[in-house]
Design a protein around this ligand. Sequence first.
Ligand code: PLP
Length: 430
Amino acid sequence: MPPPEKSFARDLATSHFAIAGADLRIGDIPVRELAARYGTPLFIYDGSVMRRSYRALAEALSGFARIHYSVKANPTAAIIRLFCDEGAGVEIASLGEYRVAQAAGVKPEDILFAGPAKGARELEIVVAGGIGEIHLESLEEIARLTAIAARLNVTVPVSIRVNPVASAQGGAMRMGGKPAPFGFDEETISEVVGKVLSAPQLDLRGVHLFAGTQILDEAVLLAQWRHGIDVAGRVAAIAGQPLKTIDLGGGLGIPYFAGDGQLDLAKLSAGLPGLRQQLKSDPRLADARLVVEPGRFLAGPAGIYVVAINAAKVSRGARFLITDGGMHHHLAASGNLGQIIKRDYPILAPAHMNATEASSATIVGPLCTPLDTLARKVEMPNLSAGDLIAVLQSGAYGRTASPVGFLSHPLPSEILIEDGKIEVIHLKEA
Ligand SMILES: Cc1ncc(COP(=O)(O)O)c(C=O)c1O
């Protein structure tokens, strides 16, 4: 009987990719071959899995909301292009992300810009280059943007980001309902609406809420969205004008640990007629365009992080597999990206998928810190130096959410595979 973690990782691998004999295959190529060709550590992203996630969500939200890919999850131009090709817009949080979106060919009107500390220079460049909406998050930002718009003699489309009073129960990392630097507290919206309306250079289009990430319960999402529409109604009433957009945020979760469920898209979809009714009943919201801006849900399942074992060591009875990659490339998998309880990401040996024997091992990276641990006392095949280990669910918040400069190892290789085509995103220096 395999331990649950093992079967959980295997189930994920089977549903996203393919297993043939000893090999995990991505895009019909053994991971072993990809690792030999591009070196390790290596992030592999499967474009067809990304499209599958996008299409499933787009179908569930059909006629309700447009999807904007949250670029911070994986700011790779080829991945942004893939989602936009499917019909998505994007949500960005910096000038750097704006530039990648531009390089990926995203139209300015399809870009929404949120973030709690947008600087004058980045605002100016984005306004001059064209932007769908800027989501205002502080009084200073309102003043800064008004001055820039006046200087450039343009009107800037804006939304008010609201930090909601109701917290998102069930989200692993709550960002709403408590003191937060993100957006304006819901209790203060009258004052904020007044400030925005008093600046003729700002065109108030809507509201934006983002209450938390890694939400696996569709009822929690629907409750947040209902609350978002309620806030939108109040903003429209205070402003005395209809809203053009309501951005309900991202936060759609994916399973990382044995026992985690999948977000039930059918149930999510079944809850939308009620929200549509809520929108229709308010003439100021009836024509608003709804936006949902997930990152993790779209990119996460499609990626794996492959590392090679450099040494297999027993220390005082405990077996360690010491690999060439770790928290400097994949902080989240080491449990150090905001997790309160450290639990192991789904992990497997991609060239030993038919192994029948297993033993307990702790898998660690090359950094000189015990924080650099990828799995704690997991059952793995009997692996030795040169063998590969893969961390699943690694397509979002991987390399770019990690302290890549810590200990000065090279950046990992990264590739995107789709329809037999391999796009090299980055090749690790030799
Ligand atoms: C404003 C905003 N939108 C979208 C996202 C994407 O969240 P997720 O990847 O959980 O969908 C984030 C993540 O922090 C965010 O801050």
